[in-house]
Design a protein around this ligand. Structure first.
Ligand SMILES: Cc1cc2nc3c(=O)[nH]c(=O)nc-3n(C[C@H](O)[C@H](O)[C@H](O)COP(=O)(O)O)c2cc1C
Length: 209
């Protein structure tokens, strides 16, 4: 019989370390909202987002499906954090009033630069090395009405040349590092441990070398 090394805890949050994305969506008046989230994961060319039901982002996506999923890099953490107490919802929903304040121009508030997209209406965040133009295709309520899972289809990918493998469509995993939200603290990636058996960049490097 092995000795028990774990104890039962009740953590207030379960943010176990996921990449930070900045979502741009279109407001009813044709202006654009910008919001940091970390509940985002990919399945093929689809991304599923976990969004609080009182966020302006969800309101926008329920009416106007265009969205840009901008992947933040570790150097942007302070600008991400400057967006943390802000919401584009006016008036600020009752449940958020103690912590959040309304901000109409979050690009200016965070010192970030909008750059127009090819296929969707909201702008990209120029400072983010990876920018995914997408459209939401399904909003599924969950968490007893507190959250929605939003499935998005990516229609175009913009990648900073410095994180791509020249002459290919691959992201270079040694050049790209996501900003990780780890139990409300920000981290970058630690050095690589190895690669998966289906890595296409590792196979290409072996062929060249
Ligand atoms: C790093 C970080 C990660 C966050 N992750 C999420 C998330 O995954 N889902 C979510 O709904 N809110 C998340 N939030 C909180 C939202 O940013 C916050 O609710 C914000 O007010 C939403 O903006 P909006 O109301 O303008 O859409 C996160 C905030 C920060 C700073």
């Amino acid at each position: 019989m092995t000795t028990e090394t774990h104890r039962v805890i009740r953590p207030s949050i379960l943010y176990f370390g996921t990449p930070v994305v900045l979502l741009t969506t279109e407001n009813a008046d044709g202006t654009f909202n910008l919001a940091p989230i970390s509940s985002a994961w990919a399945l093929g060319q689809h991304i599923v987002l976990g969004l609080g039901s009182e966020s302006q982002t969800v309101r926008n996506l329920a009416e106007r499906p265009d969205v840009v999923i901008n992947l933040a890099s570790p150097d942007l953490w302070e600008r991400v954090e400057s967006l943390a107490p802000l919401t584009g919802a006016d008036p600020v929903p009752e449940s958020k009033r103690a912590v959040y304040r309304y901000e109409h121009d979050k690009f200016a508030a965070a010192g970030l630069t909008p750059r127009s997209c090819d296929l969707v209406r909201p702008p990209r965040v120029a400072e983010c090395p990876l920018q995914l133009e997408a459209r939401s295709i399904a909003l599924t309520p969950g968490g007893e009405g507190r959250f929605l899972s939003v499935e998005c289809e990516v229609v175009r990918v913009h990648a900073d040349e410095r994180i791509t493998v020249p002459g290919t469509h691959h992201i270079d995993p040694s050049a790209w590092s996501p900003l990780i939200y780890n139990f409300r603290h920000y981290h970058g990636l630690a050095p690589e441990l190895g690669h998966g058996f289906r890595s296409e960049t590792a196979k290409a490097a072996t062929r060249v070398g």
